[in-house]
Design a protein around this ligand. Structure first.
Ligand code: NZQ
Ligand code: ZN
Length: 386
């Protein structure tokens, strides 16, 4: 097992009706800005529940944060924060709203010229403006981690940021919110969380027995509840297990003491930046090719995953590892998720070359658990995903 530190300061309030406890988590004298997305919360009743729970607080609101939170729109919100002297933010939404609020948390206290530098210059946020979240879409794990991914249309970029100052102070996880989520987003959530686990697991063995079983148990739970959730998002027990699995997949726990990959995400973000493809779907496009391309380096863990998560018992290590990739692709397909770039766009020619150039320019010269995947390797993997 590798050495590690582990600290996660986010308080979780999980379960039915927890939104009404919101007010107890925010300082009474706070000037609160409630931030949300395109308006789904006004149709499903979450907005009303939140506003009721904030009764007695001084509250302003900022709606319209789009999926893949857009820098230009967030800069409008930053203006409000500064002009109104906001002291506390509440993100009500999925990963996009929460990530947008994390950017604002950093940008509100940032003293440099342009907050975009936080993303391009990898500036870690040690202290941010405090914020809580009401999660409306299980998927990213952003509700209990300190990372954020921001998109800028103008330059077709999608970049990550983070730092210990960006953990939510608290997050409210009421699985009842799942019932209004459209099928496409349910499938995205399952796929994203499943891939988060794989990014922290599908590397090489380091005798981290417990972490491996944490990871496998999250994947097994997702596989078990996926058909129930897709069939009936109002199934509370399934929704609760789905939601907790997504949070646990990326709150730092399972990655402690083990190598991590994250190359699938790095390549996937480029596909969202270029084509606007949903985050989870970009992962389903890249992941199979990434595992095929790096098959030798990953085959031991692929075989372990095949045996323990998919119950494959017959065959050689290589055979089981190959079948494990096929099972993963079939799982994505069972959710209605396509796994080839050409399923999403006709303009895929040249994508691999473009990503290679971008990674080279950014100095991203070694990705993956061994930090050895070069931009030339990335080009080949993306090409295999067409
Ligand atoms: O905008 P509204 O109207 O709210 O609708 C949203 C949006 O259209 C809708 N939705 C959310 N909750 C709903 C609902 N519709 C009905 N009922 C509900 N209860 O779902 C749509 C998608 O929402 P979004 O927040 O974009 O989805 P998701 O949670 O998948 O977030 C994706 C973003 O998170 C980033 C991704 O890159 C992407 O930008 N990620 C963040 C991570 C992190 N911070 O740790 C890790 C991930 O790997 C990922 O990169
Ligand atoms: Zn993801």
């Amino acid at each position: 097992m590798l050495n590690f530190e582990f600290k996660n300061p986010t308080k979780i309030l999980f379960g039915k009706g927890q939104i009404e406890n919101l007010g107890k988590e925010i300082p009474k004298d706070a000037k609160v800005l409630v931030l949300y997305g395109g308006g789904s919360i006004k149709q499903n009743g979450i907005y009303d529940q939140v506003m009721k729970a904030l009764n007695g607080f001084e509250v302003l609101e900022f709606g319209g944060i789009p999926a893949n939170p857009e820098y230009a729109i967030l800069m409008d919100a930053l203006k409000v924060i500064k002009e109104e002297k906001i002291t506390y933010m509440l993100a009500v939404g999925g990963g996009s709203v929460i990530d947008g609020v994390k950017f604002l948390s950093a940008a509100a206290l940032y003293e440099g010229d342009s907050p975009w530098d936080i993303l391009t210059k990898n500036i870690r946020t040690e202290v941010g403006l405090p914020f809580g979240t009401v999660l409306t879409l299980p998927a990213t794990g952003s509700e209990m981690n300190s990372g954020s991914v921001i998109t800028r249309k103008e330059t077709q970029e999608k970049l990550a940021m983070g730092g210990p100052g960006l953990f939510p102070v608290f997050s409210i996880l009421d699985p009842q919110v799942v019932q209004s989520i459209p099928e496409r987003q349910l499938a995205n959530g399952i796929t994203d969380a499943f891939t988060h686990v794989l990014e922290q697991y599908m590397t090489y063995p380091v005798q981290a027995l417990l972490q491996d079983r944490f990871a496998e148990s999250i994947m097994q739970t997702l596989v078990e509840v996926a058909p129930r959730i897709m069939k009936n998002p109002a199934d509370y027990e399934a929704a609760a297990n789905f939601m907790w699995s997504c949070t646990m997949a990326l709150n730092g726990l399972i990655q402690k003491g083990v190598p991590q990959d994250w190359a699938v995400h790095a390549m996937g973000h480029e596909l969202t930046a270029m084509f606007g493809i949903d985050h989870a779907r970009t992962l389903a496009v890249i992941l199979p090719s990434h595992y095929e391309y790096n098959f030798a380096a990953k085959s031991e863990k692929l075989a372990q995953y095949g045996q323990r998560v998919w119950g494959i018992t017959e065959g050689t290590t290589t055979g089981i590892a190959k079948e494990a990739i096929a099972k993963t692709v079939a799982f994505f397909h069972s959710l209605g998720i396509d796994t080839k770039l050409s399923d999403y766009t006709n303009a895929y020619e040249g994508t691999a070359q473009k990503i290679k150039t971008r990674f080279t320019e950014r100095g991203w010269l070694g990705l993956g658990e061994h930090k050895t995947l070069s931009p030339a390797d990335v080009e080949k993997i993306v090409e295999m995903s067409y």
